[in-house]
Design a protein around this ligand. Structure first.
Ligand code: PLP
Length: 583
């Protein structure tokens, strides 16, 4: 394809995209295909000769689209939103065309500088403390957009190839070796020992999972902060116990999260080869300070070293909030890195009336949110801020000559902020979205979704056959329907400071968890019947040990009619199900 054809095909593609999004409602929200459907439709060999563009696009419609789950469909209410907007699509188009690989400032200065600036914009809009902003007076922190890791190495083979104490045994190997030793109950291996025979299937799975995972976004934010906390903890321990091997120290490190935390915390712990203690939240699915304090005290008494806590603001199952104001001081007391995962809800803090939900952020060492979830930015765009960038990068810096440049001392090199070297020009789409909507436009969008969720919640509550399983209320409801002024926002902050805020400001944003009063099986059947119909799409979760159905306001311009339609479908299926069971 040359530039002239691209000019034509590019315009056709824009038309195709507009047509697709405009008529999405006429498609089934989920595909009705069986696994392997595409294999039957596509040739087994790649084409040897070039193919005509029209033929390729014809296959998109006839072969690909039938297998697509339409996340931008007005009747898609599953998971959390997958951000999508025209300015963002244009940003990605331009970024792809520029095609730079901005691993260092010199590799593409605008790519680095725009990212730093836009993350400061967003960090300020969210209400992060100044220490997290790159350009705030005296700040050591800053933000970064995270990206994909593909760690394609085989941990086990690596271990075998370079036995400890051999010249090839690199410092990073200590971690793998430490885990092996821990796994085998502290057994010490000689340089030439055949470890293979002793590796169980479980260990192999664990190692493979660690070695071969491909992560993106919020998961990666949790991973890199855990890596940084791990490096910091090992350094500290090494100072106190210089003759103890890193592998041994590593085997003592303990990370913590709540049962409600996203599974990415567990995955990060696997990759980091550290222990993870998963704690019980309270009845509102919130991790409390006393729980974490007790766990750390117990672990310290056993000779373990607490080093990292991952908290969540807006959990995946039910959008609950860990109690940062309680957990934060405990982390400070134990010298533990506090990470705050606000993958979904973090975006909402751009609304002044929701900022009380961020209360306690002053204790955090790092915070992440995904504009690609709830800020109209297309996947992938996951933003991470750290209080002290040196503490992050010192776990990740390697500096070969071919990547060095004359401005390293004066500029940010984002390759030190994550695992991969190469990075796309992601900040363009975030910049386009923030500029084109303005913070006020984005606030309007967030409030619109909250209002729709509230509408859905009201419908559920009116039907006595159902119950709502998370909280969708708070002082914000009132404020949302009235024009806000800075004075109103100040009042909320004051309430919070007096201690009334966090309780009253409980807000479950755009997610409603509900269930039929009855057994888990009944609710499973209800959801599977609804999803099989293809009329709307939702997913389940477990909240307080109960099977619940999650309903999320997802599409940018979702309407009240669409919410009402979804409720009609749900009640229709519920009536049918209850009738068949004579309930
Ligand atoms: N954290 C929370 C609270 C989430 O809800 C999710 C996904 O929904 C994640 C982390 C993982 O997000 P990602 O897919 O960006 O890794």
């Amino acid at each position: 394809m040359d530039v002239n054809e691209f000019r034509v095909r590019g315009k056709e593609m824009v038309d195709y995209i507009c047509g697709y999004l405009d008529t999405l409602e006429s498609r089934r929200v989920t595909p009705s295909v069986e696994p392997g459907y595409l294999r039957e439709l596509l040739p087994t060999e790649a084409p040897h000769d070039p193919e005509d563009w029209d033929a390729i696009m014809a296959d998109v419609e006839s072969k690909i689209m039938p297998g697509v789950t339409h996340w931008q469909h007005p009747r898609f209410h599953a998971y959390f939103p997958s951000g999508n907007s025209f300015p963002s699509i244009l940003g990605d188009m331009l970024g792809d065309a520029i095609g730079c690989i901005g691993f260092s400032w010199a590799a593409s200065p605008a790519c680095t500088e725009l990212e730093t600036i836009v993350l400061d914009w967003l960090g300020k809009a969210i209400g992060l403390p100044d220490e997290f902003l790159a350009f705030a007076q005296g700040s050591k922190g800053g933000g970064v957009i995270q990206f994909t890791i593909i760690q394609a190495f085989n941990a086990i083979e690596f271990e075998f190839e370079h036995p400890p104490h051999s010249p090839d045994f690199a410092s990073s190997d200590f971690h793998l070796f430490g885990l092996l030793e821990t796994h085998f109950g502290g057994k010490r291996f000689a340089d030439d020992e055949e470890v293979e025979t002793e590796v169980t299937e479980k260990t192999v799975k664990k190692f493979y999972a660690a070695g071969f995972d491909a992560l993106t976004s919020a998961s990666e934010c949790v991973l890199v902060t855990m890596l940084a906390a791990r490096a910091q903890a090992i350094r500290k321990q090494k100072q106190q116990h210089p003759f103890v091997e890193e592998g041994v120290l590593l085997s003592k490190l303990m990370a913590y999260c709540s049962k409600e935390a996203h599974s990415c915390v567990e995955k990060a712990a696997m990759i980091c080869f550290v222990k993870l203690r998963i704690l019980e939240p309270d009845e509102k699915c919130s991790l409390r300070g006393a729980t974490i304090q007790q766990a750390m005290e117990e672990d310290e008494a056993l000779g373990l070293i607490p080093f990292f806590v991952s908290t969540t603001l807006g959990t995946t199952s039910c959008c609950s909030f860990d109690n940062l104001r309680e957990v934060g001081p405990v982390c400070r007391r134990f010298g533990v890195w506090l990470h705050v995962d606000g993958a979904y809800a973090g975006n909402a803090f751009i609304c002044p009336e929701l900022k009380p939900l961020l209360s306690g952020i002053e204790y955090a060492d790092s915070f992440n949110t995904n504009p690609n979830k709830w800020l109209l930015v297309n996947f992938d765009c996951s933003t991470l801020w750290v209080r002290d960038k040196i503490r992050l990068t010192s776990a990740l810096v390697v500096d070969p000559l071919y990547l060095q440049h004359g401005y390293s001392h004066a500029a940010i090199d984002y390759r030190h902020w994550g695992v991969p070297l190469s990075r796309r020009f992601r900040s363009l789409k975030l910049w386009f979205v923030i500029r084109n909507y303005g913070i006020s436009g984005l606030q309007k969008y967030i409030r619109h979704h909250i209002r729709l969720a509230k509408r859905f919640e009201t419908l559920v509550r009116k039907d006595k056959r159902f119950e709502v399983c998370n909280e969708v209320k708070g002082p914000c409801d009132e404020l949302i329907t009235r024009p806000r002024s800075p004075i109103v926002c100040k009042m909320i902050m004051k309430l919070k400071i007096r201690g009334h805020g966090p309780k009253r400001a409980v807000e479950r944003l755009g997610l409603v968890c509900f269930r039929l009063k009855g057994t888990d099986e009944l609710n499973q059947k209800l959801l599977s019947n609804i999803n099989a119909s293809g009329k709307i799409h939702m997913v389940p979760a477990s909240v307080n040990e109960k099977y619940v159905i999650r309903f999320c306001a997802v599409v940018q311009n979702a309407t009240e009619e669409q919410i009402d339609y979804a409720w009609d479908v749900i009640t229709e299926f519920a009536t049918e199900l209850l009738d068949t069971h004579n309930l």
